[in-house]
Structures are given as structure tokens and as C-alpha cells.
Write a protein that binds this ligand. Structure first.
Ligand code: BEZ
Ligand code: FE
Length: 282
């Protein structure tokens, strides 16, 4: 079996892949010029206030400049922003929603994964079959609990060593990724494996930033999902595992109590859990 000792994707490798994928779809927004000006002004003022409060010196300013250059050259902006900034943007979105809680998307989503039926197994390697199986079932409903025909779950997660396909060169393209088409009542049952906690690559400038704060680089084990249905707001979210390591100290500040699964291990060694999603109207 592959081990973290033998395979260790670098910050540069996974950062460059994440940057290339993000650049593939040029970001746009319909922000008005007035709103943009106000946000830009306030962001600068907040930074100026930190500089004045801490009496930042010229050598420190130059180190900061160098670090910003290093983040860009290492392709680490998607990584850095999704660890330290995205959760606040998600909080803004969550404040207008009543249905299932959202969480950050992170840098490792890839669109157009293979479509799978409502009862399915995610694509996985032979090695992955040696890991703890997880059967994850439930229903996608509206806010009143009515099942939603035409609902879909885009699911992606790390393997048992914490690696994501397409961001770690040793993994097949669609490993542990799929788009599950729920049945006519929005029900699904997916067989996969228990993911491992994820460690942010520490050999680049994001790692240096974490070390500088005496922080740790870990995210608790999680599943990523985008759940959607016709006429409903899609929700981008994550599900975690009760008692999982790092659940109370996620480096990306993206856990929520409503998003914690409690799987039960059967006599057959399979972990089983159900989770239902409620989608807001569009
Ligand atoms: C993740 O969920 O895998 C993730 C989130 C933020 C930064 C890096 C990874
Ligand atoms: Fe993740």
C-alpha cells in the first residue's frame, strides 16, 4: 500500500494544480464600482491599522512583500485564501440560508466528475478497498421535508492518507469523486471509504505562515459536497466525523456542529451513516 512516507505531494505541486484549475474559469462578479471602492478602502484601512498597532518596521515590511511574492510564485493563493479567508465569506452566505448548513469549498473541487446512480460506489483504487468502508445514505428535501426529484450530490474527498485526486500525481484522475444522481424522491446511498484528516502542505509559504503563528496545519477528516436540485439553491458543504482528530481546531475554521456525522460500525466492519439535506428555494 502507498504510504505518506513514500508519496508526499508538495506545496508547489498541489498549489500549482489548484491555481491552474482556478484560473481555468476566470472569476467574475457583478459588484458595483461604489461597493468595490468601499471594500477596497476598508481592507486597506484594516491593514494600516495593524501596521500602526504593531509598529511594523521596514525590514518586516520587506519580509511581508517577499512572502506575498512567494505565495504567488508557489501557486499557493487558492490554498492560503481557502484556509484563512473563505470561512468568513461562507458565514455571510450562511446568514441568508435556512436549510442545511454550508461550509467552505476549499481548493480541491473539480467539476464534471463521473455521474453515478443513486445507489453507487465512488471510483476507488484497489488500495482504497483495504480501508474502512463507509456507506453514506439519506434524502435531499425542500425545507418542508418533501423529497426532491432531480437532486444531485457532487461528492469529493481525500483518501485514507489525506490525498485528493488531481492534486496528488499518484492517484487516478477521478479517485473518490463523483456526481450522484439521487432517485425520484431525492434518496441516495453511496459507498466510499473513511477519509483521513488532511494536512495543509507545510513546505511552502502557507506552511511558514502557520508555523509563524504557532498553529498546526491539520483539517479534520471530512467529505466535501455540493448538493443541488432544480428550483433550489445549491449548498456547498462538508461533513465531519464525531470524535475525529482536529475537529475542535480545524486550521480552516470550517466545522459546524450541524455537520458532524455519527457513523455506526456494523459486524461486517462497514461504517454506516445517514444524513438528509434540506435545500432553500432558489
Ligand atoms: C480542504 O477542505 O481540503 C481544504 C480547505 C482549505 C484549504 C485547503 C484544503
Ligand atoms: Fe478537503
Amino acid at each position: 500500500m502507498t504510504t505518506t512516507e513514500s508519496v508526499s505531494p508538495t506545496a508547489l505541486g498541489s498549489g500549482t494544480a489548484a491555481t491552474d484549475k482556478f484560473k481555468g474559469e476566470r472569476a467574475t462578479s457583478d459588484t458595483s464600482p461604489e461597493r468595490l471602492a468601499a471594500i477596497a478602502r476598508d481592507a486597506l484601512s484594516a491593514l494600516h491599522a495593524v501596521i500602526l498597532e504593531h509598529g511594523v518596521t521596514y525590514p518586516e515590511y520587506r519580509v511581508f512583500k517577499q512572502w506575498l511574492i512567494d505565495v504567488g510564485e508557489g501557486g499557493e493563493w487558492p490554498l492560503f485564501l481557502d484556509v484563512f479567508i473563505e470561512h468568513a465569506v461562507e458565514e455571510v452566505l450562511a446568514s441568508s440560508r435556512k436549510g442545511t448548513k454550508g461550509s467552505i469549498e476549499g481548493p480541491y473541487y473539480v467539476p464534471d466528475a463521473p455521474e453515478l446512480p443513486a445507489e453507487c460506489e465512488l471510483p476507488m483504487r484497489t488500495e482504497d478497498r483495504e480501508q474502512t468502508p463507509l456507506v453514506f445514505s439519506g434524502q435531499i428535501t425542500d425545507l418542508d421535508g418533501n423529497g426532491l426529484g432531480g437532486a444531485k450530490i457532487e461528492l469529493w474527498h481525500a483518501d485514507a492518507e489525506g490525498f485528493y485526486s488531481q492534486f496528488a500525481p499518484h492517484l487516478p484522475e477521478w479517485n473518490l469523486r463523483g456526481i450522484i444522481i439521487a432517485d425520484t424522491e431525492g434518496r441516495y446511498s453511496i459507498r466510499t471509504i473513511q477519509p483521513a484528516p488532511y494536512r495543509i502542505p507545510t513546505d511552502g509559504p502557507t506552511g511558514a505562515f502557520i508555523t509563524a503563528q504557532n498553529g498546526h496545519p491539520w483539517r479534520p477528516a471530512h467529505l466535501h459536497l455540493i448538493v443541488s436540485a432544480p428550483g433550489r439553491e445549491p449548498v456547498t458543504t462538508q461533513l465531519y466525523f464525531r470524535g475525529g482528530e482536529w475537529i475542535d481546531s480545524d486550521v480552516a475554521s470550517a466545522t459546524k456542529p450541524e455537520l458532524i456525522l455519527d457513523p455506526v460500525t456494523g459486524d461486517d466492519g462497514v461504517n454506516r451513516v445517514t444524513y438528509d439535506f434540506a435545500l432553500d428555494p432558489a
